[in-house]
Design a protein around this ligand. Structure first.
Ligand code: MG
Length: 454
């Protein structure tokens, strides 16, 4: 990704530009990209924030230099969750840049661009921005027009106050739930505890030191990385465990018995208690049928998209949808903003617990019971060949080709698709029990192995 690499490879992946600082993500590259971003965005001021990664200062300074050299004034908002920057951008009608690699390991970092409506850039705009970079369309301004940097420190308060507008403060404080929050050394180390304390929960925090290296746990909030939180929830007397990924756009939950709750169910639970008849709900084809059943019961309209949070956000804007989200814990609540927001998701779950006065395990049990089994394998051949082979394996099945292949198998389905970020094929199977989903996954894995081999 260094400036010497001038061939036109795509710089933006599913979630912005990612790389290892000083290896493929060099200060030179970040500065050139800062110039391109500055020339591409129309607004005269650009907000910039970073997660807790140790290389954040270096990259932020390089991006700032680029922005300043093309005459953009920069508001440096400091360490923030990505959704806090997005909220600020939307409220101020200002474009933004986030220095983050979300849930990737600590050696990574990245650059994500935020539109003035608070959403991530569309892929069409990303391609246009890349042309500014490759064609060096950005021109430095004269010395008296260089941009300045202004530091803004009150965004955590602005952001948390915006979430509190959608929280039932009275009911939650009456319930005074005992909550354990695991910040995973990430960008939410300050904001989510601030929210939970303003909601008057009895709070214990875990891994809320922003050490920049994710020393306490890996950043992806999946069960194998949450052992401290899971055992604390199992052993202690707590009502809810909450964990985010590194930039806190996602939230996952642990029930009062120490059981991890799948993101699919979190989303379905929020839809069940927050959407109304006639509302629109958006989710990718990879989410289970739990959400379809919940929407049908409510009389809400469910819209399926291809996989990718920005696609869900943009479709929600087009459809004026109420709620959207993915099976990985990313929930979008449009009354707050049209992007995934981990702290907002936590407040919505607390709203439901306070309204129903039911334990979270009970609320989850009352949802339609579907189970997902997730697996992956290295991709060895061109995806189109694999897909063709698999389609010919199942001449009688209903196959949805919106994103990869979603093959119906009785009341269940299996989804097989190439990853947008890694050279792997993902296999998701839905069953009516975990064992059923696992065995379906195993069965189809063999077919994929065969189609993937030469
Ligand atoms: Mg993230």
């Amino acid at each position: 990704m260094g400036s010497e690499a001038q061939e036109r490879k795509r710089l933006f992946g599913t979630n912005g530009i990612r790389g290892i600082p000083n290896a493929d993500l060099t200060p030179d590259f970040a500065m050139d990209m800062g110039m391109a971003i500055g020339a591409f965005f129309r607004s005269s001021r650009i907000a910039i924030a970073k997660d807790t990664r140790i290389s954040g200062d270096m990259l932020l300074a390089a991006v700032f230099s680029g922005l300043s050299s093309v005459g953009k004034n920069v508001l440096d908002l400091g360490v923030l969750p990505t959704p806090a920057l997005q909220y600020y951008c939307k409220s101020a009608g200002m474009s933004g840049v986030m220095i983050t690699a979300s849930h990737n390991p600590p050696q990574f970092n990245g650059i994500k661009c935020i539109d003035s409506d608070g959403t991530e850039l569309s892929s069409k705009n990303e391609v246009e921005l890349e042309s500014y970079y490759y064609e060096r369309k950005a021109k430095p301004v004269s010395w008296e027009e260089c941009g300045t940097i202004q530091r803004i420190s009150n965004v955590p308060d602005i952001y948390v106050s915006s979430i509190l507008k959608h929280a039932d403060k009275e009911a939650i404080s009456k319930l005074t739930p005992k909550v354990v929050f695991d910040g995973g050394n990430g960008a939410s180390y300050f904001t989510t505890p601030l929210l939970l304390s303003r909601l008057k929960t009895k709070l214990i925090t875990l891994n809320c030191n922003p050490d920049g290296k994710f020393t306490s746990r890996e950043s992806e909030p999946k069960p194998e990385n949450l052992s401290s939180l899971l055992s604390l929830m199992k052993e202690g007397n707590f009502d809810l465990g909450i964990a985010h990924d590194g930039d806190a756009d996602r939230a996952v939950f642990i029930d009062e018995n120490g059981k991890f709750i799948d993101g699919d169910r979190t989303l379905s639970l929020i839809v069940k208690f927050t959407a109304k008849k006639g509302d629109k709900v958006v989710t990718p084809v990879s989410s289970s049928d739990c959400i379809s059943d919940v929407c049908e019961d409510l009389g809400a309209k469910l819209i399926r998209t291809r996989v990718g949070a920005p696609l869900v956000s943009r479709r929600m804007i087009e459809e004026n949808a109420t709620i959207g989200g993915e099976e990985n814990g990313g929930v979008i609540f449009s009354r707050h903003q049209f992007c995934r927001d981990g702290a907002m998701t936590a407040a919505l779950i607390l709203n439901i617990m306070a309204k129903t006065r039911k334990p979270i395990s009970q609320l989850i049990k009352e949802l339609p019971q579907y189970f997902l089994s997730k697996g992956s394998m290295h991709i060895e051949r061109d995806w189109n060949i694999i897909a063709k082979r698999l389609i010919s394996d199942f001449p009688d099945r209903e196959i949805d080709t919106m994103d990869g292949l979603k093959i119906r198998d009785g009341k269940n389905w299996v989804m097989i698709r190439p990853s947008g970020t890694e050279p792997i094929i993902r296999i998701y199977a839905q069953g009516h029990s975990q064992a059923e989903a696992d065995s379906l996954n195993k069965e189809y894995r063999k077919k994929v192995e065969k189609a993937n081999s030469s």
